[in-house]
Design a protein around this ligand. Structure first.
Ligand code: NAD
Ligand code: AKB
Length: 309
């Protein structure tokens, strides 16, 4: 029986991933953990600062954890406020988790990477799996280094670590914080609540995005794939849709003609300008049959339908 620990479980992805894992493995076999208080009275939640190595070892040993989904991180925009802390949380804590597997305490790890591993020199369109990585944010630097360590631990110590480079994730259940792609969720909340949104990115800023159900299904599919199919042990490119704020506005206006969009780009514009606009994920499609289900119109519909309720 698998016993799973999710770190950073109170975040945008963690809250939904924990539910999906519990549906699959059973409520009491999935332990949620975060540095942030859990507000849902979850009996299977523990407080864990991922930098506290001793507490991490105690939790893994006491609960006989076999797999860790290591989500805890500081995202791109917030990462620039405190680069050293971001490096520590995003990279050094990942090394703690990798060491648990090297020492035989756990069997499998999921490490989420990101399109932020790309930088200004990376080709922008249909960015290939194997490309130039020269990120200019500490978030991107920590994630590409994390990917390389994952590969190193796999090749040298046989650690079964699997990873996806998520694009911007869109879902209606939780509002994201601290990222550069957050506008693509905030816009729907504000459209429903205020009928208007002021976007912190310029109208032509094209970025790769994905609906959260696709991201979570893809994560579980990768983690369940036979080990021999998982050929890439840095991190898999994963793609679904790609659009600009202007294009998204046009689709929202089809449903809400009175919706008003305005633009006030801030420091996040520079971060977005360094990232790819669309992603070639053919390796994931070939190796473990990845396929997205939600197109951009589906995302607009599912977001507006659920938030309106
Ligand atoms: P999030 O910021 O919503 O959640 C991250 C969680 O980590 C937060 O709940 C935070 O409290 C926790 N955390 C931060 N420091 C911690 C520490 N020291 N100890 C324990 N917990 C700590 O992020 P998310 O959007 O849910 O992302 C989850 C993972 O997926 C991250 O690793 C992120 O890099 C990656 N990712 C997310 C996206 C996206 O669009 N959401 C895209 C690419 C990659
Ligand atoms: C961010 O914008 O920082 C994240 C990401 C794409 O990694 N959503």
């Amino acid at each position: 029986m698998e016993k799973i620990l999710v770190t950073g479980s109170s975040g945008q992805i963690g809250l939904e991933l924990v539910d999906a894992l519990r549906d699959k493995y059973g409520e009491d076999n999935v332990l949620a953990s975060d540095i942030k208080e859990n507000t849902n009275d979850d009996p299977y939640f523990v407080m864990l600062d991922i930098l506290n190595k001793q507490r991490l070892i105690e939790i893994v040993t006491d609960h006989k954890i076999t797999q860790i989904y290591h989500l805890a991180a500081i995202l791109s925009a917030h990462g620039e406020w405190n680069p050293k802390k971001t490096w520590n949380v995003n990279l050094n804590a990942t090394l703690h988790v990798l060491n648990l597997a090297k020492e035989g305490l756990i069997k499998k790890i999921f490490f989420p990477s990101t399109i932020a591993v790309h930088g200004p020199n990376t080709p922008k369109k249909q960015t290939n799996q194997f490309t130039d990585f020269s990120p200019e944010t500490v978030y991107g630097m920590s994630k590409i280094t994390g990917e390389l360590w994952c590969n190193y631990y796999h090749k040298n110590y046989g650690v079964d670590v699997r990873s996806i480079r998520y694009p911007g994730i869109i879902g209606w259940k939780n509002k994201p914080q601290g990222g550069t792609t957050d506008y693509a969720v905030e816009i729907f909340y504000d459209a429903v609540e205020k009928g208007a949104y002021e976007c912190f990115l310029g109208k032509d800023t094209r970025l790769p995005m994905m609906y959260i159900d696709d991201a979570i299904r893809g994560t579980l599919e990768l983690m369940e794939a036979p080990a021999e199919n998982v050929k890439i042990r840095t991190s898999y490119n994963l793609a679904a849709v790609s659009f600009t704020p202007d294009e998204l506005t046009a689709l929202i206006k089809e449903r809400m003609p009175s919706f008003v969009m305005s633009y006030k780009p801030d420091q996040r514009q520079q971060i977005a300008d360094g990232w790819s606009q669309s992603i070639d994920d053919s390796e994931a499609r070939k190796d473990w049959n990845w396929n997205h289900k939600y197109g951009v119109k589906d995302i607009v519909n599912v977001m507006l339908d659920n938030l309106s309720k």
